[in-house]
Design a protein around this ligand. Structure first.
Ligand code: OAD
Length: 254
């Protein structure tokens, strides 16, 4: 693994335009279960893909709302791990840097990353299910919370359901964010892919976009993923250990 880390450090030192793509694996060492981790307790009986859909919310608004409250609680108890901090340090060292994340937690922000694109939304934010004031109609429940309907908060504008501001299965991603991520993937000279199975598009196809545009692709993941076949360098390890080692190697790279 040390050889790959040294090679990665050398490429990062010479890199002008870097895109980092992260997935749930980056937050795993912070105690936030990955999307495909078996859920525990009350939620073990449910498949996430059966909860994270507009249809599931319309059929069982309180169940889906309570599941997100459970996940928000996990995120609130989590703290950035050394992998998050190393990515914030990397941003300070590369001339053009953008962090594209599939994660809905705010651990990258907490660790100090600045240039972040959230492809799948932010779990701490809420919006009107019907976007009654325009897409998105964000709702600050701390300031406007009063009524409830069907076991979920009511939109202060239209009185109907409030929902988490995350992308559900079958929904389109925020097009402006997706466009910026695709542009950056086409322009970069290096893409670093960390902690994603690469199974969900369009995020999962960004490494291929970068590769086809001539970039080199480096993957950090303890397991094999759908990205691995595009990787010029594959580092088999957890990001919380590998990323700090990469930063350290950058300090010693010739
Ligand atoms: P997954 O749970 O599908 O995959 C997590 C990946 O992280 C796996 O490839 C693991 O091998 C890897 N992994 C686990 N621990 C790690 C560690 N310590 N360091 C590095 N990698 C580690 O999560 P995602 O690929 O992020 O979308 O899932 C992508 C999307 O699928 C999610 O954003 C979600 C889901 O549908 C939406 O909610 C729209």
């Amino acid at each position: 693994m040390m050889i790959q880390i040294k090679q990665t450090a050398q490429l990062l030192r010479n890199c002008r335009r870097l895109v980092v793509l992260t997935g749930a694996g980056v937050s795993k060492e912070s105690g936030v279960p990955t999307f495909r981790d078996a859920m525990d307790g009350l939620w073990a009986q449910f498949d996430p893909a059966q909860l994270a859909t507009p249809q599931a919310f319309q059929a069982h608004p309180k169940r889906v709302w309570d599941w997100y409250e459970y996940r928000r609680d996990l995120v609130r108890q989590a703290h950035p791990n050394p992998g998050h901090f190393a990515l914030a340090e990397l941003e300070r060292r590369v001339p053009q840097f953008i962090l594209v994340t599939q994660n809905v937690d705010d651990l990258h922000e907490q660790a100090g990353s600045q240039r972040i694109l959230h492809l799948h939304g932010k779990i701490a934010q809420n919006k009107c299910f019907f976007n009654c004031q325009g897409d998105p109609t964000l709702i600050d429940l701390d300031r406007s919370q009063s009524a409830w309907i069907d076991g979920v908060p009511a939109c202060p504008h239209c009185g109907r359901w409030v929902r988490p501001d995350v992308v559900w299965f079958g929904e389109v991603l925020p097009l402006d964010i997706l466009h910026e991520a695709a542009e950056a993937s086409r322009d970069c000279d290096l893409m670093l892919v960390i902690g994603t199975a690469g199974l969900v598009d369009p995020a999962g196809s960004l490494p291929r976009v970068a590769k086809q545009a001539g970039a080199q692709v480096i993957e950090i993941n303890p397991d094999h993923s759908a990205i691995t076949r595009y990787a010029d360098i594959k580092i088999d390890g957890p990001s919380g250990e590998v990323m700090p080692a990469v930063i350290k190697a950058m300090d010693h790279a010739r």
